[in-house]
Design a protein around this ligand. Structure first.
Ligand code: AMP
Ligand code: TRP
Length: 329
């Protein structure tokens, strides 16, 4: 059966970009495939975290998966640090990937620049090796992610192919699945930046659990442009293009179809706000239900880790053996 793996970092409130870029694909995939969904807490340690907030965010992110519509009895849900095979295989991957390949990762270059060069954590540099390990441990065929993860998936494929060539068939070579629309949701206030979990732009970010009032207000204030003409042009009219793409993604229509239905920005914003309120309503309702019972979530994650480890331990053993590490007698 086709195997699916994906992960999200526990580093703040989940937003519309996570929902449309990642979760909606996960929810569709869970019906058909054998799915592993992971709260990748070790990845969060690549930047400063407050320990008690990280613990809280880990549970919150798991609640976010469920709120998005992940059914716990249809997939395996777990926390990365509960399965020690992840950092263990990451070392083997670090010894397969090159310094040059890691240096070319745009996410590393951007974040290193933003966080100030030399003081950046070594883990931020080796991040793609851990991500490759996450994916390869489960013999993953498909990885549903947003557009920003394409490059990380490419390096994962390169590593898998190289490892297999050097040491014999060991890993399945995975493929990224990126949604056709809303694979890169942009910030409503700064449409040149992608919407992200950082709390730097609260008005530009729609959280998955925002109230209808908050959604309406944020969409109404979304930055557009002054020429007033409704047409899809991501280069010249990035703010409007984002709104059109969001509308297309939530209604299932094409961008052109949406654009041709409006003469002015105001009515488009009003309809988009209403469509987003409706799309996120069940998410908000499930959130309230799951957040009331964190004990249930902890138990679920425990079972998930056990199941994940039973798969991961076999793959790790295969990789160690292929590389020539002596089995313990
Ligand atoms: P992160 O929040 O960075 O851990 O990302 C988790 C998942 O959400 C990944 O699959 C990302 O590609 C996806 N994602 C994050 N931000 C966006 C965005 N602005 N638009 C579309 N997908 C996104
Ligand atoms: N790097 C991903 C992000 O920033 C998170 C991630 C870690 C991931 N490991 C993964 C996504 C494995 C898919 C598969 O969003």
């Amino acid at each position: 059966m086709t195997r699916v793996f994906s992960g999200v970092k526990p580093s703040g409130a989940l937003h519309l970009g996570n929902y449309l870029g990642a979760f909606r694909q996960w929810v569709a995939d869970q019906q058909e495939f054998d799915c592993y969904f992971c709260v990748v807490d070790l990845h969060s340690l690549t930047v400063e975290q407050d320990p008690s907030q990280l613990r809280q965010a880990t549970i919150e992110t798991a609640i976010g998966f469920l709120s998005a519509g992940i059914e716990p009895d249809q997939c395996t849900l777990f926390v990365q640090s509960h399965v020690h095979e992840h950092p263990e295989l990451a070392w083997l991957v670090e010894c397969t990937v090159s310094f040059g390949e890691l240096s070319r990762m745009t996410q590393f270059k951007d974040k290193a620049k933003a966080k100030g060069g030399e003081s950046v954590r070594a883990g931020l540099f080796t991040y793609p090796a851990l991500m490759a390990a996450d994916i390869l441990l489960y013999d993953t065929d498909r990885v549903p992610v947003g557009d920003d993860q394409r490059q990380h998936l490419e390096i994962t494929r390169d590593v898998a192919i190289r490892f297999n060539n050097r040491y014999g068939e060991t890993f399945v070579v995975p493929e990224a699945t990126v949604p056709r629309l809303a694979a890169r949701v942009m910030d409503l206030q700064h449409p040149e930046n992608k919407m992200s979990k950082s709390d730097e732009s609260p008005q530009g970010t729609i959280d998955m659990t925002d109230t209808p009032e908050q959604i309406v207000q944020k969409v109404r204030r979304a930055v557009t442009d002054t020429d007033g003409e409704v047409r899809y042009d991501p280069e010249l009219k990035p703010g409007l293009a984002n709104l059109l793409e969001l509308m297309a993604a939530v209604t299932g229509r094409s961008v052109d179809e949406v654009a041709s239905g409006y003469e002015q920005y105001g009515p488009l914003k009003a309809d988009l706000a209403e469509a987003l309120v409706e799309a996120l309503r069940p998410v908000r309702e499930r959130y309230a239900r799951y957040a009331a019972d964190p004990g249930e979530i902890a138990a679920l994650l425990g079972q998930g880790a056990e199941k994940a480890a039973s798969v991961a331990s076999k793959t790790l053993a295969r990789a160690k053996d292929a590389m020539g590490l002596l089995p313990r007698g």
